[in-house]
Ligand binder design. Structure first.
Ligand SMILES: Nc1nc2c(ncn2[C@@H]2O[C@H](COP(=O)(O)OP(=O)(O)OP(=O)(O)O)[C@@H](O)[C@H]2O)c(=O)[nH]1
Ligand SMILES: [Mg+2]
Length: 626
């Protein structure tokens, strides 16, 4: 069974509701006030079987200009538009206005129904039809069928049905493999059941018992029961009119304009960047109404600095849950004049300028190039993304379409995958370049230092830890960098630096063998190793880092000297229980000033244990072998 949504359109009193009644038997004017005034005020709904393979859900809209808001709420989700024009009046203001709205919403299919043919003669009908043909030739309905009917007499209704069957059969079905989404158009309660919402299923499917997201509140609600065209069902899918009994929500918390959505899909934001298709001159800062889905959202529209108004920023008074590529209509706040249509690009950032990355994304959205849109959305994030996040960024595209786009981008080498995380190649290149430049500059200015810490580099690149670690793993694997003692270095530098360091250590071990308890400062080191003056400091630092030199107070002592001292103390304890600073001074044949830091060193390294004024031997020194 195929499911389509048909929406009416046209001037007040031209017979939209009458035609739906003639087609379906349903009176879509269900409100008391509608009956009294003889006009439609709010949306009306009916179902229309079209042969035995298609069921159409009908959304009947009001034609009166005062209720355009309701018309717009009903029209956003339709597949097929039925533009009704009364033969006696012809094209009228709301005929034109509604047609403009259909075009701006991006509705692609439709038909024209000339109604009330019982009220005019053949000659007049011919004239009117000519006028209508001329009028629609400049619109998306230019090749659409035109039917002549009388809802009052029933003339032409069967033919109209035949045309509808053909048309509904020929249009593409909505994608029920895409993520579920439904804009709520009605909310009511049923005693004993609670809250029921209705709407047209825009995409995907949902089952009884499923949990779905209610936006913009972003709460999770459970589907308790489902009806489709008045019939209890277990599942609803794209293209169907559905009534959904919800658990976990109160009537006051739900209203027309809200969305039920598959979890993890859609983005909620009060700021959205848009592509405008303007019918009027636009000024930055205008207070406007955005009609999108079944909702009307108030806000202001702003120009970007230094760009024309093709791309603009909408700042709404409340958050809107939507997706990249969604289309809406913009009217002036007051008077409620049509300004144009918009396509959502993505939630807006905190900038007054349209950044180049965002401009590239905007171009792709304007051209409706799905894969490119996804590519630029990913590129803009500048980070690694898991598949789920990519899906969210893609709006409500089916998973398989997202997978195809990702594969296409991977094949074109525009996207890379590291351990199930995806990142745009140009970003990897840019970050790698930035990392190499930062390290190269650092190595140049500090040739004798090992490198920079991971964290410093990560901050320089301004990427999140996860992306950084993944990329670092790749750089290490590619042999671009090395990591030593927590320091990141370019491989070439690490080799040079490591070699030099080894060299210094070997030289020092040889030259300091006889140093004894001398303070090996930079000057002494330079002299013994015959180093050029500028190398003294880095060599000294390298030896301290490598543990060749041991810091003792403000002295540096060769490590083997310290080992020798420990041996002497070991020997001392074989003869005596305790050790004083004075005794240590005598053993070392040095001054008290030097003996003190040596004592501290022995304490700190747990060779000796302080006991009042004396030191006792620790286990560690007792166990020492000769
Ligand atoms: N003579 C004649 N009258 C018709 C025909 N179709 C509708 N009408 C009458 O025209 C009036 C308006 O019809 P509706 O069906 O309410 O018109 P509508 O387009 O739904 O109007 P709104 O929803 O208010 O925009 C009613 O009084 C209908 O009885 C027709 O084919 N012939
Ligand atoms: Mg009506």
């Amino acid at each position: 069974m195929k499911h389509v949504i048909i929406g009416t359109a046209g001037h007040v009193d031209h017979g939209k509701s009458a035609i739906i009644k003639a087609l379906t038997g349903t009176d879509t004017d269900r409100l008391k006030e509608e009956k009294q005034r003889g006009i439609s005020i709010d949306l009306g709904f009916a179902s229309l079987p079209l042969g035995d393979k298609i069921i159409a859900g009908v959304v009947d809209v009001p034609g009166h200009e005062h209720f355009l808001k309701n018309m717009l709420a009903g029209t956003g989700g339709i597949d097929l538009a039925m533009l009704v024009i009364a033969a006696d009046e012809g094209v009228m203001p709301q005929t034109q206005e509604h047609l403009a709205m259909l075009e701006l919403y991006g509705i692609k299919y439709g038909l024209v129904v000339i109604n009330k043919i019982d009220k005019v003669d053949q000659e007049w009908l011919g004239l009117i039809e000519g006028e209508i043909q001329e009028y629609i030739s400049k619109t998306f309905l230019k090749n659409a069928p035109v039917c002549r009917v009388s809802a009052a007499t029933g003339a032409g209704i069967d033919e109209l049905k035949t045309v509808l069957i053909k048309l509904a059969d020929s249009i593409p079905a909505r994608d029920s493999s895409a993520p579920f989404r439904l804009w709520i158009d009605r909310v009511f309660t049923i005693k004993g059941h609670g809250v029921v919402v209705t709407g047209s299923v825009l995409s995907g499917r949902a089952k009884s018992g499923d949990s779905v997201q209610l936006y913009p509140a972003d709460s999770v609600v459970r589907i308790r029961g489902l009806e489709r065209h008045g019939e209890k069902v277990n599942e609803i899918m794209a293209g169907q009119r559905a009534a959904i009994n919800l658990a976990g929500v109160d009537m006051e918390d739900v209203s027309r304009g809200m969305v039920l959505s598959a979890p993890e899909r859609g983005e909620v934001s009060a700021a959205w960047d848009i592509v405008g298709d303007w019918r009027e001159e636009i000024e930055s800062g205008l207070r406007v109404r955005l009609h999108l889905g079944t909702g009307e959202f108030l806000g202001r529209i702003y120009s970007f600095k230094d760009t024309d108004n093709k791309y603009m920023r909408l700042i709404l008074e409340e958050p809107l849950a939507a997706g990249t590529g969604d289309r809406g209509i913009i009217r002036l706040y007051s008077p409620q004049q049509l300004l144009g249509g918009v396509t959502l690009i993505a939630p807006g950032h905190n900038t007054r300028r349209l950044k180049p990355e965002r401009a590239a994304l905007a171009d792709a959205v304007a051209k409706n190039e799905g894969t490119e849109v996804l590519y630029h959305r990913l590129r803009e994030t500048q980070r690694m993304q898991a598949k789920d996040e990519i899906k969210r960024l893609s709006g409500y595209l089916p998973d398989k379409v997202v997978d195809q786009a990702v594969n296409k981008l991977m094949a074109a080498k525009k996207l890379q995958c590291f351990d199930k995380l995806y990142i745009v190649s140009s970003i990897v290149e840019r970050l790698t370049h930035k990392m190499t430049t930062a390290l190269r500059e650092y190595h140049k200015s500090q040739p004798d230092k090992g490198g920079l810490t991971k964290e410093i580099i990560r901050q320089k690149l301004a990427v999140d830890e996860k992306s950084f670690d993944t990329m670092l793993a790749q750089w290490l694997q590619d042999n671009k960098v090395t990591i030593n003692g927590g320091l990141l270095a370019l491989r070439s530098h690490a080799e040079r630096h490591g070699g030099w360091q080894q060299d210094i250590i070997a030289k020092a071990e040889a030259a300091l063998a006889q140093a004894g308890l001398t303070n090996v400062d930079q000057g002494y080191l330079a002299e013994r190793l015959t180093l050029p003056p500028e190398k003294a400091k880095p060599a000294h630092e390298a030896l301290v880092r490598a543990g060749v030199l041991v810091k003792l107070g403000d002295m540096y002592v060769y490590r083997k000297t310290m080992q020798y001292i420990v041996q002497l103390i070991h020997k001392h304890y074989q003869e005596k229980e305790t050790l004083t600073v004075g005794e240590l001074r005598d053993i070392l044949n040095t001054s008290r000033k030097v003996a003190l830091p040596v004592m501290e060193y022995l304490d700190m390294n747990k060779y000796t244990i302080r006991d009042g004024d004396v030191r006792r031997a620790s286990r560690k020194i007792q166990d020492l072998s000769e």
